[in-house]
Design a protein around this ligand. Structure first.
Ligand code: SAM
Length: 384
């Protein structure tokens, strides 16, 4: 992995997180970060810029570069935050120079300079532009950066609609900058959360802007729900809904049986907030059985818990980290699950049949069996 960012006679050592699971060809910053850094250094007097907000910094490259300006750092990703903290330490930068926030906290303080990496989903960008409305003034400078092919005209329309006049730079190394000048008194109501209903029972599922399957039930999750009765019993057990998204799987566990506890875990702050909201509104009398955690797979949970105590992990694994397609997160989810399961406990995974999950589970647990198999998906169980 290339870990040395050299720019404007300055070097940073930057890694992705978790460092040990990354492909050697990946790096922790991109040409959009470089373009943004160069532009700010060449055109903005940072000494005179008091309140800087960094939004969607993938792995902390922007935080490390601008740490001395004491920015507020906002992200929906717990993994991005862990990467940022790690990279600050690697570069001997004081973590207390950064004020960490997240996508579900409203920040109302005024901002003079916004540095925003264009996120993968338009919905998250839209929510973030709406969130900025209460912080910007006519003199706030907003500079966004992203891959040129990920900045269509419709996206520039979002900047215009929610904040004000917007222009773009020329493309450089396939990246582009977006400059937006806030107009006075823009105030919009957010279209998020969006809601949809499950079939039977008819639960109302509410999804904040960055939640997976925001507009409808995911097909993998649908496959699990169709075969729910074939899964091991949940009664009197401690269950983990790993990568819970809006919590639809854990919600059905709580509705269909009498578990001792359901632990909802996701790395997205919006996902965990949505899962909590969905239990509060659909099954309020079961809320006392639930725990909601923002974590990287079960990393923090494993560190906090002395004994393996989980009976069953239910998982519909992701296959992206930021914009990269990867199976390293699924792999970490499986190994972490093994770490928290008691002897005899089970991991149940739904996956597209072309993925090599059976091989992976067999290697890790020494066994695997197919609970249900369809044309596209299968549910696999592995026992510790
Ligand atoms: N369980 C939900 C469902 O079935 O609709 C969501 C499944 S979605 C395929 C995978 C989920 O894993 C996403 O909500 C994503 O935010 C979450 N995720 C991605 N990386 C993660 C990580 N490192 N740790 C925990 N959760 C992660």
């Amino acid at each position: 992995m290339n870990t040395c960012l050299t720019l404007l006679n300055k070097n940073l050592h930057l890694v992705r997180y978790p460092e040990s699971l990354q492909h050697p060809s990946w790096q922790a910053w991109d040409s959009a970060d470089e373009y943004l850094i160069e532009h700010v250094e060449q055109h903005i007097d940072l000494e005179k810029t008091e309140n800087i907000r960094i939004i969607n910094d993938d792995f902390g490259a922007l935080a490390c570069w601008f740490a001395n300006s004491n920015p507020i750092w906002v992200s929906d990703s717990y993994v991005a935050k862990q990467a940022c903290v790690l990279n600050l330490a690697k570069n001997e930068l004081d973590v207390s120079q950064i004020t960490f926030s997240d996508s579900v906290k409203q920040i109302s303080s005024t901002v003079d300079l916004v540095l925003l990496k264009i996120p993968k989903t338009n919905a998250l960008l839209e929510q973030q532009l709406i969130d900025l409305q209460s912080s910007v003034t006519a003199s706030t400078k907003i500079i966004a950066a992203g891959k040129a092919n990920l900045i269509p005209k419709s996206m520039l329309g979002l900047f215009e609609k929610y904040l004000g006049p917007t222009t773009t730079s020329l493309a450089k190394k396939k990246s582009r900058l977006v400059f937006c000048q806030p107009a006075a008194d823009k105030s919009h109501t957010s279209p998020y959360p969006t809601t949809w209903y499950t079939d039977s029972p008819k639960f109302k599922i509410s999804n904040l802007a960055n939640v997976f399957a925001r507009q409808q039930l995911d097909i993998g999750a649908r496959f699990i729900l169709e075969h729910f009765k074939k899964l091991p019993s949940f009664d009197n057990k401690t269950i983990v809904d790993l990568g819970c998204g809006n919590g639809v799987l854990g919600l059905h566990v709580l509705n269909s049986s009498s578990p001792d506890k359901v632990i909802f875990v996701d790395e997205s702050y919006m996902a965990v907030a949505s899962a909590k909201h969905n239990i509060e509104t659909n099954l309020p009398d079961k809320l006392h059985l639930c725990e909601f955690r923002v974590d990287n797979c079960l990393e923090g949970f494993r560190q906090e818990t002395e004994h393996a105590q989980v009976d069953l992990v239910l998982c519909n694994p992701p296959f992206h980290q930021q914009n990269t397609i990867t199976d390293h997160i699924a792999w970490q989810m499986f190994t972490d699950s093994k770490g928290v399961l008691r002897k005899g406990g089970q991991l149940c995974v739904v996956g597209n049949r072309h993925l090599d999950y059976p091989k992976k589970l067999k290697r890790l647990f020494g066994n695997t069996n197919a609970v249900a198999t369809g044309k596209k998906f299968s549910i696999l169980a592995a026992t510790k």
